[in-house]
Design a protein around this ligand. Structure first.
Ligand SMILES: Cc1ncc(COP(=O)(O)O)c(C=O)c1O
Length: 412
């Protein structure tokens, strides 16, 4: 069983708080971010990718711990500006940025990761209409990505970034434009990697790519965004990646490179991480509303399902469905094999298959662990019109609601 790596008293909270809810452990999240920061040299800037979890209270907790935010839409950018976060603190990546989104990013002086040659042309056109310069990084899709990255965005034909073989031409165009300030290179080739050696190799490859591009084009990048890909163990048997181990792996690569190649000695390096900051510090709790014994199976029906915690269905980046860590918070005895499903009228709403859990009864509180990232944020919350889960933040003493439940229609 993968433990819930926080001090928040989940059983006690589940006994008195209306489920379904998410609980995030603030102090544990901050302590973990600090451990990573302490393992990295000062030439590294850490960005929090808000797409993992854009809950305002979590973002506000993490902002003092990082050197920037990675945003993926005009909505995220505008929301963060609304929280008072300055545009230059943000980096904006994504393969389909609209003209209004580019215009907003340029106006707010966010750094734009350019994902294609045609996007570069659109940025030049918007910046020239405004009579200004856009600050950009060229995002490159490398030829290879390690198989130890559980989810890969690079190393194959993909929508993400300029293919490595075309990168020099795009860099030259950027250098030639009076409306572009070419600040850096960005390689985000994959994520969900739990092996420090693979993270180090990925960073080495990105630095090789940066060196080759600088030699070929004469560009001098002020920063290289190494991507990240620090993973979270979701399933039995997966290794854990401690912040000091992941941080030390990257630190070692940078130290060597800065000694070997003076072009890197004044450069800044970026790691952009989402799940690593928040993933293991969130739990989702729902209640059993029915139990069915049918055709040799015991099926436990919860009052929240894929509409609240979509990745548990196995449809968010998993090749083969595996069960997330799941706990019956209401009892500890009589374990047996059970399938756990949500309340939606679709077979996709299957959250755990043949999970060994204390025999669930109606009213029991069931928790899914390690769901702080891409869970609330990536779930079809309105599908079937059930109320959304409330979100609570544990502060070390108590939990407070940081986003209430909302419903499509009120009923008694
Ligand atoms: C460009 C980019 N940066 C950062 C991330 C964050 O990844 P993770 O949350 O796995 O760290 C992603 C995830 O899809 C991404 O596409």
């Amino acid at each position: 069983m993968i433990p819930f790596l926080t001090d928040a008293p989940l059983e006690e909270l589940a006994a008195r708080i209306d489920a379904p809810f998410y609980l995030y452990d603030g102090p544990a999240m901050v302590a973990h971010a600090r451990e990573l920061r302490a393992a990295l040299p000062s030439c590294v800037d850490l960005l929090y990718c808000v797409k993992a979890n854009a809950n305002r209270s979590l973002v506000e907790l993490l902002v003092p711990e990082v050197q920037g935010l990675d945003v993926s839409s005009g909505g995220e950018l505008a929301f963060m500006r609304g929280l008072g976060i300055p545009g230059p603190f943000m980096s904006f990546a994504g393969p389909g940025k609209s003209l209004p989104e580019l215009s907003l990013a340029i106006r707010e002086r966010a750094s734009i990761s350019v994902e294609s040659e045609t996007e570069l042309h659109r940025i030049v056109s918007v910046a020239s209409q405004k009579g200004t310069k856009a600050s950009i990084a060229i995002r490159v899709n490398p030829k290879h990505t390690s198989k130890l990255f559980g989810m890969r965005m690079g190393g194959q034909a993909s929508a993400f970034g300029v293919p490595e073989e075309d990168a020099a031409a795009v860099v030259r165009q950027a250098i030639a434009s009076p409306h572009i300030d070419l600040d850096g290179l960005h390689v985000f080739a994959g994520t969900q990697c739990l092996e420090a050696s693979a993270l180090a190799e990925n960073a080495r490859q990105t630095l090789d790519l940066a060196a080759a591009l600088m030699t070929e084009t004469g560009a001098s990048f002020r920063h290289v965004n190494l991507g990240g890909g620090f993973g979270v163990p979701y399933f039995e048997g997966q290794p854990d990646l401690a912040p000091e181990v992941g941080g030390a792996a990257i630190a070692g690569v940078l130290e060597d490179r800065r000694l070997q190649d003076t072009r890197f000695s004044q450069m800044r390096f970026v790691l952009e991480l989402g799940r690593f900051f928040v993933g293991r510090f969130g739990a989702y709790v729902a209640r059993v509303i029915d139990v069915k014994e049918t055709r040799g199976k015991r099926i436990v029906v919860l009052d929240g399902g894929m509409n609240h915690v979509f990745p548990a269905t196995g449809n968010f980046g998993q090749l083969v469905k595996k069960n997330y860590p799941i706990v019956n918070l209401s009892r500890v005895d009589d374990p047996c094999l059970q399938d756990v499903v949500g309340p939606l009228c679709t077979p996709i709403d299957s959250l755990a298959r043949e999970a060994v859990l204390p025999r669930c009864r109606i009213g029991d509180a069931i928790a899914f662990l390690h769901v702080g990232a891409y869970s609330y944020a990536a779930s079809p919350l309105l599908f079937l019109g059930h109320p959304t889960p409330q979100e609570l933040l544990w502060n070390g003493v108590d939990a407070r609601v940081v986003r209430p439940s909302f419903t499509m229609g009120h009923f008694a």
